[in-house]
Design a protein around this ligand. Structure first.
Ligand code: NAP
Length: 291
C-alpha cells in the first residue's frame, strides 16, 4: 500500500546491512529501487515489493535519494565514480563505514559532482535495524538530514552532528573504540578465570552487571576532563589505580597480560610524570599525547 508521502528511494548495496536498511524502507511503503553487484541478493526484497535495477546507474536514474551501503570506501568510489554525471542535483546518503577522512573525501567528490551529501555511521547490527536500540549517526548536509529524516527514523534513532561530513564517522569509530576495548576487557577476564574452571558464561553473568554499573562513572570522569583539573578531591588517584596485581594475577593464570599491561602503561606514564596523586581520569592525557 502506498501513500501520498511515500517517496522513491534507491539503495546501492544489499549486503547484510544494506538489505536490512532497504527492507525497512520497503516495509514502510516507500518505492524502493535496489541494486547489488552480485545478482540474487535483491530477490527477497523484490518479493516484498522492491524493484531491482540491473545496474547502479539504473538505480540512480530511478530518482529520489540514493542510499549507499557498500563494504568500504574503495567500493563506494568504485561504484559512484562512473556515475558522477548522473548524480548532479541529486542526494547521496552514504552509510558505509569509512574513516572521517574518507567521508570528507567522498563529500568533496560529491560536491564536485553537484550532489548534496550526507554521511552516516550505523550503530547497530542488521537485525537491530528498525528496532529499539538501533542508532544511526549523520553529518554533512543539514538540508538532506532534515528533508529525509522520516526515512532515517525508520532505521533507528537518528542523530545529526553538523556539516562536517567526517563527524558521524569520527563519532562512530570513537564509540566502536570504546566497545572493542571493553570486549577485550571481558575476554581478558574470562581468560583469567577459565583455568580455575569458570566458564565464559558464568563470567559473563558477573561481568555484564558489573560493567553496566561502571558506566555510571563516565559522567564524573567527563566532568573532570572537561574541567581540566585532575586534582579535584574525591577521585580515585592514579597511584591507587596501579594495575600491578592485575598484571601479576594474569601472568599467574598463564594468560596474556597485553590488555591489562596496556592500561597499566597509560597509568604509569602519568605517575612517572609526577601526577600520581591526581585522578584516574588523567589517563586521557596519556592518550592525547602519545608516548
Ligand atoms: P556485507 O554483508 O559484506 O555486504 C557488503 C556489500 O558491499 C555487498 O552488497 C557487496 O556486494 C558490496 N560490495 C563489496 N565490494 C564491492 C565492490 N567493489 N563493488 C560493488 N559492491 C561491492 O557487509 P554489510 O554487513 O552489509 O556492511 C555494509 C556496510 O555497513 C559496511 O561499511 C559495514 O561496516 C557497515 N556496517 C555493518 C554492520 C553489520 O553489523 N553488518 C554494522 C554497522 C555498520 P556483493 O554482494 O556483490 O559482494
Amino acid at each position: 500500500m502506498t501513500h501520498d508521502d511515500d517517496i522513491q528511494v534507491s539503495v546501492l548495496g544489499l549486503g547484510e546491512m544494506g538489505g536490512a536498511l532497504a527492507a525497512a524502507l520497503v516495509a514502510a511503503g516507500h518505492r524502493v529501487t535496489v541494486w547489488n553487484r552480485s545478482p540474487g541478493r535483491a530477490d527477497r526484497l523484490v518479493a516484498q515489493g522492491a524493484r531491482a535495477a540491473a545496474t547502479a546507474g539504473d538505480a540512480v536514474r530511478a530518482g529520489g535519494p540514493v542510499i549507499v551501503c557498500l563494504l568500504d570506501h574503495a567500493s563506494v568510489r568504485e561504484v559512484l565514480d562512473p556515475l558522477a554525471a548522473e548524480l548532479a542535483g541529486r542526494t547521496l546518503v552514504n552509510v558505509t563505514t569509512t574513516t572521517p577522512a574518507q567521508a570528507r573525501e567522498t563529500a568533496a567528490w560529491a560536491a564536485g559532482a553537484g550532489a548534496a551529501y550526507l554521511d552516516g555511521g550505523i550503530m547497530a547490527v542488521p537485525r537491530m535495524i528498525g528496532r529499539p536500540g538501533a542508532s544511526v549517526l549523520y553529518s554533512g548536509s543539514a538540508d538532506v538530514f532534515h528533508e529525509h529524516r522520516r526515512l532515517f527514523d525508520l532505521w533507528g534513532t537518528s542523530t545529526y552532528f553538523g556539516e562536517d561530513a567526517g563527524m558521524a564517522s569520527l563519532y562512530d569509530l570513537a564509540l566502536l573504540a570504546g566497545m572493542y576495548v571493553m570486549f577485550a576487557g571481558f575476554a581478558h577476564g574470562a581468560a583469567m578465570v577459565a583455568p580455575a574452571g569458570v566458564t565464559a558464561g558464568e563470567f559473563a553473568a558477573m561481568a555484564a552487571p558489573w560493567l553496566t554499573a561502571m558506566t555510571g562513572a563516565f559522567a564524573g570522569f567527563a566532568e573532570v576532563i572537561d574541567g581540566g583539573d585532575y586534582t579535584v578531591p574525591g577521585q580515585q588517584s592514579l597511584e591507587f589505580s596501579d594495575l600491578t596485581y592485575l598484571v601479576a594475577a594474569s601472568a599467574d593464570q598463564g594468560v596474556s597480560t597485553e590488555v591489562v599491561a596496556m592500561v597499566q602503561r597509560l597509568v604509569r606514564r602519568q605517575v612517572d610524570a609526577g601526577h600520581g596523586k591526581e585522578g584516574f581520569a588523567r589517563i586521557i592525557e596519556s592518550i592525547r599525547r602519545p608516548g
